[in-house]
Design a protein around this ligand. Structure first.
Ligand code: NAG
Ligand code: NAG
Ligand code: NAG
Ligand code: NAG
Length: 477
């Protein structure tokens, strides 16, 4: 080949390349979630089942001196529990394998204080196994709770022996029941148990070795953190970011830090909102489930503030979820679907302050309306030196009223938005807030109508990436 032909060839090749070249996605803004954290966040609602000796004694914190003979559910049916979780739309359910009283719902080799000494199935039963089998059959993922505080075990208070005991039990739970998606390390301790040191580093390391895709929950993460209360209320500002170095187990002074997270935090440890459908964590004959309006408030204050809602539904002493709880759960799901199935933003024209890579770039404003969490609107990187980005929906039907605004960030690329406002028809600010994260729901005081709905992003860690904007009508408010 002569030189001139060779040059021509290279030139044509480069020309063709430049024509087909697509703009790349922007850089992530660290920290970002792991694959397991991202999967967890998208579940939105997960379930907790508190069940054990307390179910039969009416206690919340058993003493550890209860006789295993008390444990005798006449018709335990774990499939019925799982169907309750499914009724609420939960894809993960967590069982208290051992609570503070130390009674084990599986026949642990390391203690006699378990189902093996109970009359249930003549001591041959295993609640954890039945729970796991029922969940798998329904395609629901499994989590387990193993209380560090143990009021029965005699080695409790002796540092090395108890840590070994605990690790032995953890090993049983993480090797005998297949894939476990979440493990719950509760920071609760009795007043006289304060000098017991837990070897969390060892526990966490063993957990990850045995279950590589598990999320570890505790006051201090590492994968999921406590939200700082048991009411289902996340902070109005709720970052998935936090500084793990500042976290300690069971430290009440950290509750507000856990509740809001830390915009400057170097670690991605999103919060989980644990709350019970009833006043207690365990079933008590005299208690009943919270009203629908309360459950909806909880939904807005947890899922609607960038959290996962961990809803506890305690099975009763028959071994079944009570009928009134089941009815409430079905109502709850029906109400959520009633609010969110219809999106009054559908059919709108979306426009952004700019668009990365121009029209063909794949980062169009219309991505916020496509129902796909993987696609997002991205503005140009250099845009908005004054720090304001915006995205606007021009609605097809300006007369339909909405009273909920839903905004979702593409959190796989980091949580970025620091401050935002929602403005209708260029003049009325109907909502304002700080961070957004996976999902931010604004419940408006009054239903509004209007042609143009603009989300102004007035503060952001890098260009904001928005995966969804929705407008809804909540008739339950
Ligand atoms: C257990 O519960 C499931 C789901 O509610 C139900 O289909 C099944 O018939 C129940 N099993 C028994 C033995 O009652
Ligand atoms: C805790 O301490 C109190 C008194 O200080 C005592 O009566 C009680 O038995 C202790 N509880 C346990 C579980 O050790
Ligand atoms: C537990 O709930 C079931 C309904 O799911 C009910 O039939 C049973 O009577 C309840 N048991 C108690 C002790 O309330
Ligand atoms: C617009 O919304 C209003 C109120 O919901 C409704 O009555 C009307 O039929 C809608 N118009 C169109 C064209 O969809």
């Amino acid at each position: 080949m002569s030189h001139s032909i060779l040059f021509l060839f290279i030139f044509l090749q480069q020309f063709a390349f430049s024509l087909s070249k697509l703009p790349t996605p922007p850089l992530p803004v660290l920290p970002i979630p792991t694959a397991a954290q991202l999967k967890w966040q998208r579940r939105e609602i997960i379930f907790f089942f508190h069940f054990g000796i307390n179910t039969f004694t009416g206690s919340e914190w058993g003493s550890g001196h209860e006789s295993p003979s008390l444990f005798n559910p006449s018709s335990l049916n774990a499939s019925q529990w799982i169907s309750a979780a499914e009724a609420a739309g939960a894809s993960l359910a967590i069982l208290t394998a051992k609570h503070h009283d130390g009674f084990c719902l599986w026949p642990s080799r390391y203690t006699h204080h378990s189902v093996a000494r109970s009359p249930w199935k003549n001591g041959a039963g295993d609640v954890v196994a039945e729970f796991v089998r029922a969940a798998r059959a329904a395609g629901v993922d499994v989590g387990l709770y193993l209380s560090p505080w143990d009021r029965h075990e005699r080695s409790y208070g002796l540092e090395v022996p108890y840590n070994e005991y605990y690790l032995g039990q953890l090993h049983e739970l993480l090797t005998q029941y297949g894939r476990i998606s979440e493990i719950w390390f509760d920071g609760a301790k009795g007043a006289n148990a304060t000098n017991m040191n837990y070897y969390f580093e060892e526990w966490f390391a063993v957990t990850k070795q045995l279950q590589s895709s598990i999320n570890i929950f505790s006051d201090a993460g590492p994968d999921v953190r406590w939200v700082g209360d048991e009411k289902g209320d996340a902070g109005e500002t709720c970052w998935s970011l936090i500084d793990r170095k500042k976290l300690r187990m069971g430290d009440a002074s950290l509750e507000s830090y856990l509740n809001s997270g830390d915009q400057q935090g170097a670690d991605w440890v999103p919060p989980e909102c644990d709350v019970s459908i009833r006043p207690g964590w365990f079933w008590h004959k005299s208690q009943s489930p919270k009203p629908l309006s309360k459950l909806l408030d909880i939904y807005y204050n947890s899922v609607g503030r960038n959290c996962v809602l961990l809803l506890n539904v305690p099975p009763n002493s028959t071994g079944l979820v009570a009928g009134e709880d089941l009815r409430r759960l079905r109502e709850f799901r029906w109400a959520i679907d009633r609010i969110f199935k219809e999106d009054l933003a559908m059919g709108s024209k979306a426009k952004g302050s700019s668009q990365r890579g121009g029209k063909e770039g794949g980062f169009a404003a219309s991505n916020v309306l496509d129902g796909d969490e993987e696609t997002y609107w991205s503005p140009e990187e250099e845009e908005e030196k004054d720090g304001e980005y915006w995205i606007e929906l021009r609605r097809k039907n300006a007369t339909s009223k909405f009273n909920v605004v839903r905004i979702q960030e593409a959190i796989a690329m980091g949580q970025r938005i620091e401050r935002h406002e929602v403005v209708v028809d260029g003049k009325v600010m109907v909502a304002r807030g700080t961070t957004v994260g996976h999902k931010r729901l604004h419940r408006l005081d009054q239903p509004v109508r209007g042609k143009k709905v603009r989300i102004r992003i007035v503060g952001s860690r890098g260009p904001p990436l928005i995966s969804a904007v929705g407008l809804h009508f909540d008739p339950f408010k």
